[in-house]
Design a protein around this ligand. Structure first.
Ligand code: ATP
Ligand code: MG
Length: 229
């Protein structure tokens, strides 16, 4: 369950002379229990791929299926429910609400999705692991970039999604925090049987990956299998 597949996806932005072909016949699959890493330079199409994979953007052509059903076969209501219940996004911009304390960012999730979220103890563990427990009463503007990034990761994990899509989740973190986040994502895949997909240009994540892909000018290719240590 909660497998995930992308078939022959093309994305073209703009029209006429302003037309840019950003993704070319992209194929991709992710199964529960694995961490897939998509590496690629800036502008290669990683964020575009991830927003299409998560159903936030409909591709120009091609299909994205979650649990064997494509987004276009679902009504808008069903897509919204799927995203709410099953997909956790860690977006490149952190999307924390400026007028809510960190604690209230989690309470807001409870309002939108009252059931199936992490228990208080489980959330406590995640906050502890990420080193952000002492920040609960602060507002996003009072946090450093790296702290905001870790809060955004915790908030994406809080609804306990089966699929986690993370866009540059370590860009603002120093090496020790990168190891913590890499271990956390790996643990979610392996111990909690989630499908975790990370797009990044951070090579420090490679050793945690089960599957490694490269995005280059909108073409996705498989890299050599990764040896897990
Ligand atoms: N809404 C849009 N309209 C037009 N062009 C876009 C749009 N979104 C992205 N692009 C273009 O698509 C290309 C890929 O962008 P994308 O954000 O997917 O790259 P990325 O690999 O995530 O880069 P980065 O590592 O800098 O985040 C870029 O050339 C970008 O300018
Ligand atoms: Mg990006």
């Amino acid at each position: 369950m909660n497998s995930f597949s992308v078939k022959n996806v093309n994305q073209i932005f703009g029209t006429g002379t302003a037309k840019v072909h950003v993704l070319h016949d992209v194929n991709f699959e992710a199964d529960p229990g694995s961490l897939s890493l998509i590496m690629g330079p800036s502008g290669s199409g990683k964020s575009t791929f991830l927003t299409i994979a998560g159903g936030l953007l409909t591709p120009t052509s091609g299909t994205v299926k979650v649990n064997g059903i494509s987004y276009n076969e679902r009504s808008k209501k069903e897509r919204d429910a799927l995203r709410l219940d099953s997909i956790g996004f860690v977006l490149q911009e952190y999307h924390l609400l400026p007028y809510l304390t960190i604690a209230d960012q989690f309470k807001l999730v409870d309002k939108v999705k009252p059931n199936g979220n992490l228990s208080p103890d489980e959330l406590d563990d995640v906050l502890e692991t990420l080193g952000i427990k002492s920040l609960l009463n602060k507002y996003p503007a009072e946090l450093s970039g790296g702290q905001q990034q870790r809060v955004a990761i915790a908030r994406a994990l809080y609804p306990n999604p089966a699929i986690i899509l993370a866009d540059e989740p370590t860009a603002a973190l120093d090496s020790s925090r990168v190891s913590v986040v890499a271990a956390l994502l790996k643990n979610l895949a392996v111990k909690h049987n989630k499908a975790v997909v990370v797009v990044t240009h951070d090579a420090r994540l490679i050793e945690s990956a089960d599957h490694l892909y490269e995005m280059s000018d909108g073409y996705l290719s498989v890299k050599e299998p990764v040896n897990n240590y």
